[in-house]
Design a protein around this ligand. Structure first.
Ligand code: COI
Length: 355
């Protein structure tokens, strides 16, 4: 019974008998916060670069009331996962891609960012410090959340004078309460997620609170999440609040091109590569909402979400259902992705990093 609700478990370093695992109900992980013991923290001043960070016990951080992030939303976040293999090794998945995306985002948001090596090493250190919180094989993963925020005080609108990079972690299971059952998406026409020239293509914290209203409304009506259209024409599908989207017709798999208003997902790009390896034709392009009517299948991808099938999309009061039977494409692609992420399938791509 996974659920999205917040489950806050005291950070008590509560290890079970053999100390290999923390005392967690591994069979009932949803996407709530189960605080792992340690976080990583590193600071730097504007116009300087990050030097050395440190691991410290998970806990509250102190912020000046006039911190840039609190007043003007100068902040980015990332998400990556560590998984345990059947033989007990721990694998990270493409953390350098998160590091590069944070760098691009930091450039957009006028922030200094950690180097690729600093970022990847910090993810490694945080994961190793929290090893007992990496779920047993098949039970979920350790979700690792890097943040980069303008932590220094600033009153007039401008880049903050000081920055904090931190990473915390939580074991997680399925993102949606549906588990692996198909999602029911709702196409929103009033609320826009991103517009050309905005920050929709980077993982700015400012992309997320503005969609809460649409998500809350859709969930209240029984939908799983919201699919947004492009801001200019209101004609092309772009992104779901928490993940990217793919649609399939025959042998053609399409996903909205990441052209500045759509986040370039790491799971999205991995699935594109796997689908091509499996002989599918993949197009990254503008997808008119009208094409959904003829689609065979649709699915979502994201670090938190993984790969999730879409059962229906409701647009202008019409419910479009995807009812392909038999072996579904999303299952085939997801099984390969998870196989690589958990060491069950040989990683010929150099995507995993054993720590
Ligand atoms: C992720 O997939 O890691 C994200 O950052 C999405 C977030 C809304 C949970």
């Amino acid at each position: 019974a996974s659920s999205l609700q917040e489950v806050i478990i005291p950070c008590a370093s509560s290890l079970s008998g053999d100390d290999e695992y923390a005392d967690v109900d591994w069979d009932n992980l949803g996407f709530g916060l189960t605080r792992a013991d340690y976080m990583f923290i590193m600071k730097c001043f504007k116009d300087e670069s990050f030097q050395k960070g440190q691991i410290s016990p998970y806990g509250n951080i102190e912020l000046n009331p006039s911190a840039g992030v609190l007043n003007y939303g100068q902040g980015l976040f990332e998400g990556t996962k560590a998984q345990r293999t059947e033989d007990g090794r721990i694998l990270l998945f493409r953390p350098e891609q998160n590091a590069m995306r944070m760098k691009r985002g930091a450039e957009r948001m006028c922030m200094p960012s950690p180097s690729i090596d600093q970022f990847v090493n910090a993810v490694k250190e945080t994961t190793l410090a929290n090893k007992p919180w990496v779920p047993p094989p098949g039970k979920g993963s350790l979700y690792i959340r890097p943040l980069l925020i303008g932590s220094g005080p600033i009153l007039g609108l401008g880049p903050a004078p000081e920055y904090t990079f931190l990473i915390y972690a939580s074991p997680v299971g399925n993102y949606f309460k549906e588990g692996t059952a198909p999602l029911n998406l709702y196409i929103e026409e009033e609320v826009v997620r991103a517009s050309p020239g905005g920050a929709g293509g980077v993982k700015s914290i400012t992309n997320y609170a503005p969609v809460l209203k649409a998500i809350t409304k859709a969930k209240g009506r029984g939908f799983s999440d919201v699919l947004y259209l492009d801001a200019v024409n209101k004609k092309y599908i772009e992104e779901v609040s928490s993940c990217n989207i793919f649609v399939i017709k025959g042998n053609l798999i399409s996903t909205p091109a990441t052209n500045g208003t759509v986040l370039d997902g790491i799971t999205q790009k991995s699935i594109i590569e796997i689908a091509r390896d499996h002989g599918y034709q993949v197009e990254e392009r503008r997808i008119p909402v009208d094409e959904l009517i003829d689609a065979d299948e649709a699915f979502c991808t994201g670090t938190a979400v993984g790969v999730a099938p879409v059962g229906s999309i409701t647009y202008q009061n019409k419910r479009i259902e995807f009812k392909r039977e038999g072996q579904l494409v999303w299952q085939e692609l997801y099984s390969t992705l998870v196989g690589i992420q958990t060491g069950r399938i040989e990683d010929k791509k150099g995507w995993t990093m054993e720590i």
